[in-house]
Design a protein around this ligand. Structure first.
Ligand SMILES: Cc1cc2nc3c(=O)[nH]c(=O)nc-3n(C[C@H](O)[C@H](O)[C@H](O)COP(=O)(O)OP(=O)(O)OC[C@H]3O[C@@H](n4cnc5c(N)ncnc54)[C@H](O)[C@@H]3O)c2cc1C
Length: 467
């Protein structure tokens, strides 16, 4: 059989592309989704386990949703059966300033002047971002200049106070899982421009991007999407454990898509994953050189997500001051960002710790026991609770996931966008092969919201070629 469309990747982008096909009444179009893993959801992933008599689920991938992320909120409503709850606050000792929805460890307390400088630099960056569009940033005169340096270098050139500079760098690594020195200033501005509301929507407080989460885990969005597709097109419309290894597009009208043990044929092909993964596939004829360069020049953020479960929420008893959060104890441990994760039962409580950037790359090569020990110690010292031992730990090493290559998203170092940005949302092979993912979104690049938007947008592009 020759399918009208094969979609490679059952993450949110691939599934939403297929759902758009369903929604736009293109029911006669034959399609197949090929997924490398044994599950849908890609960079969203639930982990299920039993805690005593409670069956529990935690998110070990993408999780939080902001109130201005309309595509994902609408989708959740439409799919039915998904329940959103608000992220709870991590408590601090009274007088320790505004609590956030999460703690940024390693944050130095700032003087009034330092804090003022952070606000001023962020305001300036937002103003610069407003000069460009996500789709065509190079229409802005300064874009070429901004792509020459990293956001880290921009901070070094423009920030007077050392503590303010460190705070700004921390913000970048927390939001992208990439160190500021690796990211192009232009990429940072495009990323900012893609967030409606800019820094306010990214804030760690209420109404920020971590405002909501799903009680049954974010992967469930993809699970329900897959069920919706299966009801309409049959269970086998998604085939699992079929990592695509070869794409042969020598013939004019048929593309051959080859996995370890099967071969499929189609007229159009959507690769619904980050461009960084293109090099894992062998193309025949070879992928145009410029795409090979794009793929090898982008860099994935790096993050390890950890969930430590305890019998007691000791952090609520011995909660900390801002000074303690930036103390040696907090600095020594691997985690950068710390969230509370109520498990919807009264007997177990959890902390989510995110390890990001270069530290995630480092820890992903070390034995898991060492990481568990390091985080256990970090929390014990941070909350002055030397007896706190987790009863269970869940750790997902995203840098080691072959079919993601890291997270949260593929990003751009200096001097790459200038050469390759124009290719990002174009078909790789005209009217035949496309690549789309949250990285190609126009809003909320790198987020689930972006993936949904990218899936819908790419299907609209592809459908124009189906006559
Ligand atoms: C730890 C972590 C925390 C995050 N936090 C948040 C958050 O709080 N909020 C938020 O909005 N976003 C968050 N994100 C980002 C969010 O999860 C992603 O933006 C989104 O899920 C990307 O979806 P996608 O479909 O574009 O790509 P992916 O999810 O990467 O989907 C690509 C799919 O393609 C498959 N694939 C790859 N190669 C092949 C191949 N050769 N053959 C077949 N299949 C293949 C993969 O297995 C995968 O299923 C987080 C991500 C991670 C990992």
């Amino acid at each position: 059989m020759i399918y009208d469309l094969i979609i490679v990747g059952a993450g949110l982008t691939g599934l939403c592309a297929a759902r758009t096909l369903l929604k736009t009444g293109h029911e006669n179009i034959s399609f197949k989704i090929l997924e490398a893993r044994d599950r849908v959801g890609g960079r969203t992933q639930n982990q299920h386990f039993q805690l005593g008599s409670h069956s529990t689920v935690v998110d070990i991938g993408g999780q939080w949703i902001g109130p201005s992320q309309n595509n994902v909120l609408n989708l959740i409503q439409e799919l039915e059966g998904l329940e959103l709850v608000e992220q709870t606050w991590v408590t601090k000792k009274s007088g320790a300033g505004e609590p956030g929805l999460y703690e940024v460890l390693r944050r130095k307390p700032l003087t009034l002047e330092e804090n003022q400088e952070v606000i001023e630099i962020n305001r300036r960056l937002e103003q610069m971002a407003l000069l460009l569009t996500v789709e065509e940033p190079f229409k802005c005169e300064q874009a070429n200049k901004w792509d020459l340096i990293s956001i880290g270098e921009y901070f070094r050139q423009n920030v007077k106070y050392e503590n303010a500079r460190q705070e700004l760098e921390l913000e970048v690594v927390s939001l992208t899982a990439c160190s500021a020195d690796k990211l192009s200033l232009l990429y940072w501005l495009i990323f900012l421009r893609s967030i409606p509301g800019g820094y306010t929507s990214l804030d760690d407080g209420v109404n920020g991007a971590q405002h909501y989460k799903l009680t049954t885990g974010a992967q469930n969005i993809s699970v329900l999407l897959a069920q919706q597709l299966a009801r309409k097109y049959g269970q086998d419309c998604i085939e699992y454990e079929q990592p695509v290894q070869t794409v042969n597009y020598e013939e004019d009208t048929v593309i051959r898509v080859i996995t370890a043990n099967r071969e499929y044929s189609c007229r159009r092909l959507l690769l619904a994953f980050a461009h960084t993964l293109l090099l894992q596939i062998q193309f025949s004829p070879k992928l145009p050189k410029i795409y090979q360069e794009l793929s090898s020049s982008m860099i994935m953020g790096q993050c390890i997500k950890t969930i430590f479960i305890y019998n007691q929420a000791f952090w609520r008893i011995n909660n900390v001051t801002n000074e303690e959060l930036s103390s040696e104890q907090a600095l020594e441990g691997p985690c950068y960002n710390l969230f509370e994760a109520p498990l919807h039962n009264d007997t177990h409580h959890a902390l989510i710790g995110l390890i990001v950037g270069d530290l995630a790359s480092k820890w992903s090569k070390r034995p898991e026991e060492d990481l568990i020990q390091a985080i256990t110690t970090q929390y014990q010292r941070l909350y002055s609770c030397p007896d706190a031992i987790p009863i269970k730990t869940c750790i997902q090493y995203w840098p080691n996931e072959i079919y993601s290559g890291g997270c949260y998203a593929g990003t751009f170092p200096p001097k790459v966008l200038t050469k390759y940005h124009h290719l990002l949302r174009k078909p790789i092979i005209d009217e035949r092969i496309w690549c789309a993912s949250t990285e190609t979104a126009l809003q909320w690049i790198g987020y689930m919201e972006g993936a949904i938007q990218a899936g819908e947008a790419i299907y609209k592009q592809i459908s124009q070629t189906i006559r």
